[in-house]
Design a protein around this ligand. Structure first.
Ligand code: HEC
Ligand code: HEC
Ligand code: HEC
Ligand code: HEC
Length: 111
């Protein structure tokens, strides 16, 4: 009986850790993978805006990203909105947004 309770408690803890992880920001998740501040912040200067070139150094072109999300409709990486800075949607330290929603109502969820 006690063992079952301990096991269940462990499960609850595990699911909390998972929830915290999905709630973390883009920067938090990258830091967990060992990505340093300077990889996103050119010359380590956090006062400068984070341009797409910083992200593309690791993630490649919009074309290759569009291929990764080709099954998503509409494709967030290939559309009339153009090749914006990634951080217009993928926020560094806040909850991400889907800028399309200022005009549309799509079922897109930006990680
Ligand atoms: C030093 C390399 C590096 C840089 C710079 C980088 N990333 Fe990543 N990113 C990764 C790796 C590695 C993964 C995990 C594998 C994958 O999904 O490609 C990842 C995953 C992601 C994911 C999917 C998983 C998640 O946690 O959301 C998104 C979205 C993402 N990156 C966005 C960005 C954006 C936006 C920037 C620029 C602000 C950026 N990345 C800069 C290496 C990098
Ligand atoms: C218009 C908003 C928007 C912009 C701009 C944008 N993304 Fe995304 N991104 C999304 C959405 C929405 C998803 C989730 C797609 C899905 O449902 O799988 C996504 C998913 C991703 C993923 C995960 C792909 C996978 O295999 O699951 C990566 C990596 C990523 N984006 C990187 C980038 C990078 C790098 C840039 C800039 C070059 C960028 N994104 C620009 C909205 C955007
Ligand atoms: C995955 C890329 C990424 C990593 C890693 C990252 N940042 Fe950022 N950071 C951003 C983006 C994008 C912005 C622009 C604002 C936003 O989208 O939240 C930003 C903005 C900032 C700002 C301006 C204030 C704000 O919140 O807007 C500061 C300060 C900052 N980052 C500090 C750091 C520090 C310190 C680290 C390392 C511990 C770090 N960042 C790691 C992407 C990143
Ligand atoms: C500033 C407003 C605005 C933004 C932001 C915007 N769109 Fe649009 N979009 C329009 C207008 C206007 C049309 C043409 C009228 C129509 O067909 O609804 C359109 C048409 C479309 C269409 C074809 C018609 C349809 O509804 O199927 C798609 C697909 C689309 N947009 C996707 C996107 C995606 C994906 C994003 C975000 C990356 C985005 N749009 C951002 C205004 C916008």
């Amino acid at each position: 009986m006690t063992k079952t309770i301990i096991a269940l408690f462990g499960l609850v803890l595990a699911s909390c850790a998972w929830a915290a992880d999905t709630a973390a920001t883009t920067a938090d998740r990258h830091q967990k993978m060992g990505v340093q501040c300077v990889a996103c912040h050119k010359d380590g200067n956090t006062a400068l805006p984070v341009r797409k070139a910083q992200c593309q150094a690791c993630h490649g072109s919009y074309e290759s990203l569009a291929k990764r999300t080709e099954k998503v409709n509409p494709n967030p990486h290939y559309n009339h909105f153009g090749d914006r800075d990634c951080s217009t949607c993928h926020k560094g330290h806040q909850k991400s947004v889907t800028t399309c929603d200022t005009c549309h109502k799509f079922d897109l969820k930006t990680p």
